[in-house]
Design a protein around this ligand. Structure first.
Ligand SMILES: [Zn+2]
Length: 116
């Protein structure tokens, strides 16, 4: 940001180069680059900032990817979950989980979250 960009929130301050602890779904990326308003502290990211954050994220967080087949339990589709994964989520048999569908463009993904 070469010329000063006035803050769109308070309309008093200007955005200056700064860093924050960027929280992406509970994964904290320390010292993530951003622009911060000199007056109210509003935070914005440029595409370059997002690129740097993605790079930092790769070094911190390597996503777990498991390939599974849909099995059958009775007449219903079932997926067996590895014990390590369940332990890692702090779950045990009988625990409640949340499942939801995420749509990112044309891609769909099933997300499983522990209650806590
Ligand atoms: Zn501001």
């Amino acid at each position: 940001m070469k010329q000063k960009i006035r803050c769109t929130v308070c309309k008093k301050g200007h955005y200056v180069e700064s860093t924050i602890d960027y929280d992406y779904r509970g994964i904290v990326i320390p010292n993530a680059p951003c622009y911060k308003c000199s007056s109210c502290g509003d935070i914005v990211f440029s595409p370059e900032h997002y690129e740097k954050i993605r790079e930092k994220m790769k070094t911190i967080y390597s996503p777990l990817v498991l390939k599974r087949k849909i099995s059958k339990a009775g007449n219903r589709p079932a997926v067996y979950l590895p014990k390590d994964l369940i332990d890692d989520l702090g779950l045990s048999i009988g625990a409640d989980i949340f499942m939801y569908l995420e749509k990112i463009g044309k891609k769909k993904r099933l997300v499983i979250e522990s209650e806590t």
